[in-house]
Design a protein around this ligand. Structure first.
Ligand SMILES: CC(C)(COP(=O)(O)OP(=O)(O)OC[C@H]1O[C@@H](n2cnc3c(N)ncnc32)[C@H](O)[C@@H]1OP(=O)(O)O)[C@@H](O)C(=O)NCCC(=O)NCCS
Length: 176
């Protein structure tokens, strides 16, 4: 159902646990994804997060797998969905480093975008990206995201302040 050219978005599984922990504890992921003080997650942190995922009360987080091999390679999802104003914020990581820079991120994002507009009937998708994360910025541009605002000196990382870019994509208006 949630399939692109390279990936399938699926539910998280118990068997993803150890890989998920490895993914979030990589510098390439943790320094680019979280604005907090970098500090390694424990297996227990990851287990709690995983067991909080449910279809009965979903926050719409998907595991990403490689369509060709079924390998679990990362995750993407939503947070802070505002049903009244019809917007949401998204996040993504291709945690498996061998799969980065090969088009898997944009493919997963395009599936997520289709889900958000086509199934959830939302209107605006927002995301935050650190100004030094050039790869992610390029990936978002390829998926049709535009710069909405620059938050000056919003994140302190590696000894100095950096900007955060707020990027957005709106649902195309359909003719009535
Ligand atoms: C960001 C991420 C989702 C992108 O997915 P991906 O599958 O690696 O993306 P792509 O295959 O499109 O490759 C990235 C693009 O950026 C370009 N790129 C890579 N490094 C770059 C750099 N340092 N400067 C400029 N462009 C760069 C690549 O050339 C490619 O563009 P192209 O297709 O026009 O050649 C993925 O790399 C990832 O999960 N990274 C770690 C976690 C993270 O940063 N998450 C996002 C937080 S906002």
């Amino acid at each position: 159902m949630f399939t692109g050219k390279l990936v399938r978005l699926r539910e998280y599984r118990e068997s993803d646990l150890e890989k998920a922990l490895q993914f979030v504890n990589q510098a390439d992921v943790s320094l680019n994804l979280y604005p907090t003080v970098p500090f390694p997650y424990t297996l227990e942190d990851e287990r709690k997060w995983l067991s909080s995922q449910s279809a009965r009360n979903p926050d719409y987080n998907f595991a990403i797998e490689d369509l060709a091999t079924g390998t679990y390679i990362g995750g993407c999802g939503l947070k802070g969905t505002d049903w009244k104003n019809r917007n949401t914020e998204i996040g993504i990581m291709i945690g498996h480093e061998e799969y980065r820079n090969r088009g898997y991120g944009p493919d997963a994002l395009n599936v997520l975008i289709r889900f958000i507009f086509g199934e959830m009937n939302l209107y605006k998708i927002k995301l935050n990206v650190f100004s030094f994360n050039k790869r992610a910025i390029r990936c978002y541009e390829k998926c049709g995201f535009l710069l909405e605002a620059t938050l000056k000196d919003e994140i302190f990382r590696d000894g100095r302040y950096h900007d955060i870019f707020r990027m957005v994509r709106f649902r195309e208006k359909t003719s009535e």
